[in-house]
Design a protein around this ligand. Structure first.
Ligand code: 7RM
Length: 658
């Protein structure tokens, strides 16, 4: 790691030290699940805290005998315990009389809907688990899942968990090549997929990509295929003896399949980290600690009550979907919303229509979505009744203060607390976040570590940086939902996360703390630019650009520069109704210079209609750097929409240089 943290610079402090503070309302605080004493309890004895939570929240087949065995960097939580994840997410709720409670209100992109109750889930998960057994799946076998956002996706995950067969979910948008790599890494025996799904008003076939991938995946015996598109999937060909329709095999199964109790540390799933680095890592999550961590954070951070309608608008293929669409919410018997399609179909108010129709009370989404809505203007959300919303969440990237305020005013109507939640595929659960009703928020800050979590900001030598300064974000003690390693590569696990600062987990993110101890996430440390020896993080410049009223979204990268080492290359997406012009280019540069300082003025500026992103909305700056440098593009298998980079590249000649 060559980049050292920047010393605090007064001009950057100006951007981060948001003066606006939003204290919780007395009314919200009075009814909140989380109380301040949660921090106190956890601080007194964090192991005792997690043990208490684990006893209360989990239905154990056999109780655990040890809370934590910590052989740095390998953790074992709740040793001696046995449990089943699907039992905890489904059966126990039905047994307690919640069978008719809705687990998911599902909305297909074309407008079809399905209502899945806990009793429905109970039946369907057991039938699916019996079908997996018939297809040869046993405890410990890996199953790859490559599906659109349809109810069979969580059902398939829970069916795997019922048998103790770890799943690896691959985004439906990824290519055949990416799918083949993931199947081979996991040596999956079975692939669960669909003929396709609806995306942007059109049927999008999936099965042909599976067929291509399977030419190179010797471990796969069978493919289980859900019919979603039917006649609209003409290329869906079933291979005799290998491929089986879901409705043929699942429907005829008995609706009883006893859950297999597994050890606390039994592998629940494998998941690739999002493609912001060149070589993806396969992250291991296990059962009990993950259940404890995701269910507690879900209930406290989103203030979930029995009558809430909770919508996490992520894709299930992202860790956010695993933890906060499937396992956390179902463990809490929550009623959720699940939507198949994109936010712009049939119009840019699709989400607001869903909120209105289903009276959604809690919405959790990514800043990239919020900025896309900002670009479309205030009129669209204003047309809808969003008064049911009472908590809003953000995840995936630092949220610019501008987008935070827009979300607060136009979606939360000024009175729904916003929880900006920092975490990673590796952490499994939210780690830095406000607790609504407890924490006074500041737009752009993820605020404080969750109870029981020990975070710090350290300098290049691992020494804690005093409040007011910036450096590297680290975690100083294990937490229940933490990754248990990188699949098949313990050395890389140690090297990637535990060697930069001995004894600490290095998250790879930069962070600052203000004078009051609030955490401000600054993005990945490899996204830091070095201009004439000044270290400037990409989010700082991006926030300054988005702060200008003409800009909806921005990305900046460092471009090699003979004079200054790196020069700032900015990509800007304008809001609806604004046109690119030289004049506007000058104005934007001037704006950045004013907000941050002349050193941060972009040397190159390109107006672009779109940005290359992962499916979870993270900007792939690696590809923007390739574009800025005029290089051939690196690995694009995790790109949500491959045509975007080509479109930007065509324009890139027109980048204005100052
Ligand atoms: C949940 C998820 C992890 C990386 C992480 C950060 C960035 C996520 C926030 C954030 C600032 C946030 N998992 N990140 N949440 N940065 N504020 N609230 O995103 O594995 O896909 O990505 O995402 O850089 O290291 S992930």
């Amino acid at each position: 790691m060559s980049i050292e943290p920047s010393p605090p610079k007064p001009e950057i402090e100006a951007l981060l030290a948001e003066n606006r503070t939003f204290p919780p309302s007395a009314a919200f605080a009075a009814q909140a699940n989380a109380k301040k004493d949660l921090y106190d309890e956890a601080e007194k004895d964090f192991e005792a805290f997690w043990a208490r939570v684990a006893r209360e929240r989990v239905d154990w087949a056999e109780p655990f005998t040890t809370t934590l065995e910590w052989d740095l960097p390998f953790a074992k939580w709740f040793g001696g315990g046995k449990l089943n994840m699907s039992y905890n997410c489904v059966d126990r709720h039905v047994e307690r009389g919640l069978g008719s409670k809705v687990a998911y209100h599902w909305i297909g992109e074309p407008g079809d809907t399905r209502t899945i109750t806990y009793a429905d889930l109970h039946r369907e998960v057991q039938k699916a688990a019996n079908a997996l057994t018939e297809l040869g799946i046993r405890t410990g076998d890996r199953v790859a899942i490559y599906m659109p956002m349809i109810p069979e996706l969580p059902i398939a995950m829970l069916a795997c968990a019922r048998l103790g067969a770890p799943h690896t979910v691959v985004f439906g948008g990824f290519s055949a090549e990416a799918l083949a790599g993931r199947i081979n890494d996991a040596e999956a025996k079975l692939v669960i997929t669909a003929d396709g799904g609806w995306r942007k008003g059109k049927p999008a076939e999936l099965k042909p990509a599976v067929d291509t991938a399977l030419a190179e995946t010797p471990s796969v015996r069978h493919v289980l295929v859900v019919r979603r598109l039917g006649d609209r999937a003409p290329a869906c060909v079933m291979a005799e003896g290998r491929d089986v329709w879901w409705h043929d095999i699942v429907e005829r199964q008995a609706p009883e399949c006893p859950p297999v109790p597994v050890d606390s540390e039994h592998m629940l799933y494998l998941l690739y980290t999002s493609g912001t680095t060149a070589k993806p890592k396969v992250i291991i999550h296990t059962t009990a600690g993950y259940l404890v961590g995701t269910s507690l954070t879900h209930e406290m951070i989103f203030d979930v009550k029995p009558d809430d309608v909770y919508w996490c608008a992520a894709d299930v293929g992202w860790v956010t979907g695993h933890s906060y669409i499937v396992y956390g919410p179902l463990a809490n018997a929550t009623t959720g919303v699940m939507y198949e399609g994109t936010p712009d179909t049939p119009g840019w108010d699709r989400w607001w229509q869903i909120v209105e129709d289903f009276k959604v009370t809690i919405l959790y989404c990514a800043p990239t979505a919020i900025r896309a809505f900002m670009k479309q203007g205030e009129a669209l959300p204003a047309k809808h009744d969003l008064s049911s919303l009472r908590v809003l969440g953000s995840v995936g990237e630092p949220i610019n203060p501008e987008a935070w305020l827009w979300y607060h005013e136009n979606i939360g109507r000024g009175n729904a607390p916003i929880v900006d939640t920092w975490w990673q595929t590796e952490t499994g659960m939210i780690l830095i976040t406000p607790l609504p009703g407890v924490t006074a928020t500041k737009p752009g800050s993820a605020t404080f570590p969750f109870p029981g979590i020990a975070a710090d900001v350290v300098d290049g030598d691992g020494a804690s940086v005093p409040l007011g300064g910036g450096g590297y974000l680290v975690l100083n003690r294990p937490w229940p939902a933490m990754l248990r390693g990188i699949y098949g590569d313990p050395a890389r696990y140690r090297e990637t996360y535990w060697s930069r600062f001995p004894g600490m987990y290095f998250a790879g993110d930069g962070a600052k703390r203000d004078a009051e101890g609030y955490y401000w996430l600054l993005g990945r440390v490899d996204d830091v630019m070095n201009v004439s020896g000044h270290r400037i993080s990409t989010i700082e410049v991006e926030s300054a650009l988005v702060d200008h009223k003409a800009v909806a979204e921005a990305a900046v990268v460092g471009k090699n520069d003979p004079l200054t080492g790196q020069a700032i290359f900015a990509f800007a997406i304008l809001r609806a109704g604004r046109e690119p012009s030289e004049q506007l280019g000058r104005e934007l540069r001037e704006h950045v210079a004013q907000v941050i300082g002349p050193i941060a003025r972009p040397k190159f500026l390109l107006f672009t209609p779109d940005l290359p992103k992962t499916r979870s909305g993270k900007i792939m700056r690696r590809l923007l750097r390739d574009i800025a440098e005029g290089r051939t593009l690196g690995d694009t298998t995790t790109l949500a929409d491959a045509s975007v980079v080509e479109a930007i590249r065509e324009h890139s000649g027109s980048a204005e240089e100052e």
